[in-house]
Write a protein that binds this ligand. Structure first.
Ligand code: G3H
Length: 544
């Protein structure tokens, strides 16, 4: 019998005095600055209070979310200033940053990485406190980001070195390199506030673009310790920050036509709306990571131990708040009872608690609206004939929500199509494989799928149509983005563009070339430019 109920969940929240010393925030962070044109600009206007997902016990016996700081709520005037600073720093491609030699840009980035690494402990703590991610996963997010940055630098060296030569074709001499696109508006998501923001911001910067950066609504304060590093490691105006409701300032910034690239990890609805704001939409490149509803198709011959383990990880890592999470389990009817029994048993062993607790799996969600949504989705499914099949599934206290396995989920229920982005596991069945395939085909989403089974003929037959529906088919493992050298993309409402260590460098740049007729005069001219180091673009130098 489960021991989870409202009271036990409530007791998982600590008293303030019980929070281990090393994981406490020394004091709330009340950020009152933004970074614009290389300067910290003071803000004395309205501010937003930041409430942690983590609650603490109160003298009156209740538990309440902890206030961990506040940040500015700016508006159009401030967003214009940030945008104009980025435009000025780009200076139509003549700015210091876009014309800087690649090796020098790399040196700036390496300097930034050193400064960032010095802030690791504080940033990891802030990830925990701002979004409720476990300590282990918060550390992983930080370290993975640093590794991603180092790998991106290596990939850029490789790319630049391979372009450090002339090509001769049909009597024309050419040198082709990748060049920046202009001003990038960069917005990351709350679930990977550091990692996914940097997955676009870092390649955008390295390719010579200038940036306006708007942090996510949850996960803003964790960038505060990096503002000095942004200011000191890069030339002024290369990176500018804005703290404002996206719905207010972002359409306004796009409507100016001054933004060349929209890098957004968020929802397809928002992305659609934003893209339309640009006066010349063909001038706007969009790099988008959007909605997903990845399914696991569990075949009758699946290894159930492995399947349960991977589906649990896939559905519930970081409480299911991953775009790559498994958000629908489609199980063959012949094994659904066995699967549910083992899955719910394994789920019952997950540890529920605070992010700093060793081995914790289920942690608080970012706000009461999230527990309200989960409850509403369960009520909707129940009203239409489904049940919560695990003990205590759906029980919650404030921000702490106990995962619910909901079965049988059918067309018409919210959970059938909506991206729940939280600790709900909808399960449905199939008898004919066409039914499972149809679910993926008729979905608005097209990111990834997992197949669990062992018959090569059946799996082979499924893979072929599925690779044309999604961008990654995982065999006997959960869906995921990594390793970061692999292409991360999606079809339909799930993405635009491809990210990976190398793909992102391409996404934030365009090839440009210098060409000349293959004459003696041209050869002499190009020789002189190269030998006398007259150009950053026309050169044959090698970056070691
Ligand atoms: O939220 C979406 C992330 O890109 C998922 O990344 O598969 O590495 O957890 P992950």
């Amino acid at each position: 019998m489960s021991t989870i109920d409202f009271e036990t969940l409530k007791q998982r929240f600590p008293a303030a005095a019980d929070i281990p010393e090393e994981f406490r925030l020394a004091s709330p962070i009340h950020q009152r600055i933004s970074l614009v044109d290389g300067e910290f600009v003071n803000w004395d206007g309205a501010c937003k209070t930041v409430l942690s997902p983590i609650c603490v016990q109160q003298p009156d016996g209740s538990v309440q979310q902890v206030e961990i700081g506040s940040y500015p709520v700016m508006g159009d005037t401030e967003s214009e200033a940030a945008l104009d600073a980025a435009v000025k720093a780009y200076d139509s491609g003549r700015g210091e940053w876009p014309t800087m030699a690649v090796a020098q840009r790399i040196a700036c980035m390496q300097d930034f990485i050193k400064r960032m690494v010095a802030q690791r402990q504080l940033i990891v703590n802030l990830i925990m406190w701002e979004i409720g991610k476990s300590l282990a996963d918060s550390r992983k997010e930080f370290d993975r980001t640093v590794e991603y940055m180092a790998a991106t630098i290596e990939a850029l060296k490789e790319q630049d070195n391979s372009n450090s030569r002339f090509i001769i074709a049909e009597g024309t001499i050419g040198q082709i390199r990748r060049t920046p696109l202009g001003v990038v508006l960069c917005m990351g998501p709350y679930n990977y506030p550091l990692n996914e923001t940097f997955a676009t911001l870092i390649p955008a910067l390295l390719m010579g673009n200038t940036v306006v950066f708007k942090p996510p609504q949850y996960g803003t304060l964790l960038f505060y310790p990096l503002l000095e590093a942004f200011r000191d490691a890069f030339p002024k105006g290369v990176i500018n920050t804005i703290y404002a409701p996206g719905a207010v300032v972002v359409p306004h910034m796009l409507a100016t036509g001054k933004i060349n690239v929209l890098a957004l990890i968020g929802s397809s609805k928002v992305a659609d709306h934003l893209k339309k704001q640009h006066p010349k939409s063909h001038r706007l490149r969009a790099i988008l990571g959007l909605d997903a509803k990845n399914a696991a198709i569990i075949l009758p011959d699946a290894d159930l131990d492995l399947t349960v383990k991977e589906c649990l990880l896939g559905a519930l890592s970081f409480n299911g708040q991953r775009c790559t999470a498994l958000k629908m389990l489609i199980v063959h009817e012949s094994i659904v009872d066995a699967f549910l029994a083992r899955f719910t048993e394994a789920l019952g062993k997950l540890k529920v608690g605070m992010p700093w607790e060793t081995g914790v799996n289920i942690t608080p969600l970012p706000g009461l609206h999230r527990t309200a949504y989960m409850t509403d989705a369960i009520d909707d499914a129940r009203a239409l004939g489904a049940h919560v099949v695990n003990d205590a599934g759906g029980t919650f206290c404030q921000t702490l929500f106990y995962p619910a396995v909901v079965y049988p989920v059918k067309e018409g229920m919210k959970l059938y199509r909506e991206e729940q982005f939280g600790p709900l596991i909808p399960v449905t069945t199939f008898s004919d494989i066409e039914t499972a395939l149809e679910y993926v085909i008729t979905s608005d989403h097209g990111q990834q799928v997992s197949i669990f089974g062992s018959d090569p003929a059946q799996i082979g037959e499924l893979v072929d149509p599925l690779v044309n529906q999604v961008c990654r088919v995982n065999l006997n493992c959960q869906c995921q983005r990594g390793p970061d050298v692999f292409p991360f993309a999606g079809r339909k409402d799930s993405a635009e563009g491809t990210l990976s260590v190398t793909d992102a460098l391409r996404a934030f740049s365009i090839r440009s070339m210098v060409a000349a007729k293959q004459t003696e005069d041209s050869k002499a001219l190009l020789d002189a430019i190269v030998n006398d180091h007259q150009s950053k673009f026309v050169n044959t130098g090698f970056i070691f």
